[in-house]
Design a protein. Sequence first.
Length: 296
Amino acid sequence: MTKRVLVTGSEGFTGRYLVAELETAGYEVVGLGSHASAAAGYIQADLTDSQALNAALAKVQPDVVVHLAALAFVGHGAPNAFYQVNLMGTRNLLEAVSACGKTPESVLIASSANVYGNQAEGVLDERTPPAPANDYAVSKLAMEYMAKTWLPKLPITFVRPFNYTGLGQADNFLLPKIVSHFERKADVIELGNLDVWRDFSDVRSVVSAYRGLIEALPIGETFNVASGKVHSLREVLAMCENITGHRIEVRVNPDFVRSNEVKTLCGDASKLRACLGEWRTPELEETLRWMLAADA
């Protein structure tokens, strides 16, 4: 019997890749989001609308729920919206799942590595005490604690993805911005601090990990999703130059330099690999080649 998966945020960057991953693996996927869409099997329902969510869940009766939908832009001008969507919206969803008349076998909730905040440099594992440093991160951590109150009534697993990228990510994210400049052979790019080191995964591997977790059923557990390797922005620029043969003048814009920025942020995904076996993400240069080749 084909299992039905409800994916919230199915029309977003990660959602589109997850829907493809699940459909390829033989799942029936129903998408849910706040915006209208012509996609087959899609339901429009806002996380802040509990009545719409209850109707959607009662109709779908999912075997699995993957909750990706969130307000994610850290610079969003209305801080309360983070809590309305990420915290209370998730609570509305869990309440609707609980009341739909069918207990799913897995509920995977996407949190964020932002919950670790501005930690001391080093490799961060799931035992690292959270220290969220902005409203987005606080809303995600609060969401985790809230969702845990639904255990063991609902079989919830949490993921904390570190940075990841891929073809189709919006240009207001750093790596797509750099790729876009190289694609159009721009002469100049304005960036912030070039001497920060970040852990970048490939979106295709991230959604593969999500599928693996809904099949492994590690209920109540939290998993980092990370490459375990760091690259500086200088290295990213050098990789893009090497791939394209194009050189760009880099200008540091003081407006893009964040105060108290962590120099190095790296995730430990040992727990994820112990659960899933051989999980890996491509080398960053391989992901960049994929992104740059799209319009070649």
